[in-house]
Every structure is written in structure tokens, then in C-alpha cells.
Design a protein around this ligand. Structure first.
Ligand SMILES: O=c1[nH]cnc2c1ncn2[C@@H]1O[C@H](COP(=O)(O)OP(=O)(O)O)[C@@H](O)[C@H]1O
Length: 202
């Protein structure tokens, strides 16, 4: 578990790098197969390294505010301006990831309308400078449960960068997109799948 600190504390720490990432989400009226309500759109991305993560990147607080840096990174990755403010800040954590030492991860959440999110998805493949390079594509997180672990449990059994999986789980709870019980079920089923797949011959 990454250690949580305040945004103010984070900005006084010396010798740390700062990464800012954001979950863009909104409500949806769409139905999968015409019957299963999608309910919410939650955007993540497939990164260049094959890991899932949120849009965003490294920011230098000595040169720009965290939010201005995040907006700049977002513009490169999703191709449109998405204004981010201090009010969108949710958490700051000292990363415990061995591959990212001395890193503070700042996390933001922003609610948007379905047409705004669809516009971001379109721009991410048309105008975004990072498309096909640092970012292989935006993906929606399936929040429903299908037979045999389909939907959210399968999604959670993929590999995620740094603490982005924990960021996703806490954001789904924070925004009340899923209940604590549904999240625990998804995590449990994802864990079972990982164990099953690790037995598969390669
Ligand atoms: O979605 C995320 N949540 C939390 N940390 C992340 C996420 N994506 C990347 N990171 C971490 O943030 C740092 C910067 O990564 P990223 O590749 O996004 O930025 P960059 O394009 O500025 O290098 C890396 O150390 C990475 O481990």
C-alpha cells in the first residue's frame, strides 16, 4: 500500500519526482448487447509498455503548478484541452513501487458528460501527438459483471503501472460507481483468474 500524504506536504518534499494522473469519467445511457446497462464511462489507457494506466505524466512543480502540468500532459495524450483544477485533486501518495523510487503520485478525478468523453476518445486517435507512441489507445473500464469473471474482474486481472490499479479501485468507491461489496467481489475474482492463468502452459 502506498503511503498517503497531503498535497501541501508533497510539495514541500525535496528530491522527489511528481507524477499527476487523472480519471475522466461520466454517466452513460448505453446498454451492452442492448440489455446490460453500461452505467458509467471510465477512461484509462494502454501505455507503450503494455501496462494499463491513467492519462497524465511527470510534472515539475518548480516550473508549473501540478494542475497546469497535468493539463499539458493531457493535451498531448488525449488531443484536447481538459482544464484541471485543485478541486479535482483526490490523493497524493509516496510510491512504494521499486521501479519508481522517490516518486509522489498525485491523482485527480473529473466528471464529464457522455458527449465530452466521446469527443476525448475521438481526439485521442486523431489529434493527440502521443497516439501510437507513448499511448497505444484509450480504453473504457468495464464496470459490470458477466459470466465466468467477464467484465470488471477480467479487466482487473491485467497488469497496471505503478499504483494505478489502487487508484482505480479507490476512485470507483469514492465516486460511488460501485459498492464496497461489488469491488471486493471483482478483486477476489480477478485474483482467482490470475492464479488460474499462472497454471496455463506458455
Ligand atoms: O496511472 C498512473 N498512476 C500512477 N502512477 C503512474 C501512472 N502512469 C504512470 N505512472 C508513474 O508515473 C511516472 C511517470 O509516468 P508516465 O509514463 O505517465 O509519465 P511521462 O510520460 O512523463 O514519463 C512513472 O514513474 C510511472 O510509474
Amino acid at each position: 500500500m502506498a503511503e498517503r500524504i497531503t498535497r501541501e506536504d508533497a510539495l514541500t518534499r525535496e528530491g522527489f519526482r511528481h507524477a499527476c494522473h487523472i480519471m475522466l469519467y461520466g454517466d452513460s445511457s448505453a446498454k451492452l448487447f442492448g440489455k446490460i446497462p453500461i452505467k458509467h464511462i471510465v477512461l484509462m489507457q494502454m501505455r507503450f509498455d503494455g501496462l494499463l494506466g491513467f492519462p497524465g505524466g511527470l510534472v515539475s512543480p518548480s516550473k508549473e503548478t501540478l494542475e497546469a502540468g497535468l493539463s499539458r500532459e493531457l493535451h498531448e495524450e488525449v488531443g484536447v484541452a481538459v482544464p484541471v483544477g485543485v478541486d479535482d485533486h483526490i490523493s497524493s501518495c509516496l510510491s512504494q513501487s521499486p521501479s519508481s523510487p522517490r516518486l509522489i503520485t498525485h491523482f485527480y478525478i473529473k466528471k464529464m458528460t457522455e458527449p465530452e468523453l466521446k469527443e476525448i476518445e475521438r481526439a485521442a486517435v486523431t489529434t493527440a501527438t502521443d497516439h501510437g507512441l507513448e499511448v497505444m489507445g484509450m480504453v473504457r473500464v468495464p464496470l459490470y459483471f458477466l459470466k465466468n469473471g467477464g467484465g470488471l474482474p477480467y479487466f482487473l486481472s491485467h497488469s497496471f503501472i505503478c499504483n494505478s490499479r489502487a487508484q482505480l479501485l479507490s476512485a470507483l468507491l469514492h465516486c460511488r460507481l460501485l459498492s464496497q461489496g461489488e469491488l471486493e467481489k471483482a478483486v477476489r475474482q480477478a485474483e482467482q483468474m490470475r492464479r488460474t492463468h499462472s497454471d496455463d502452459p506458455h
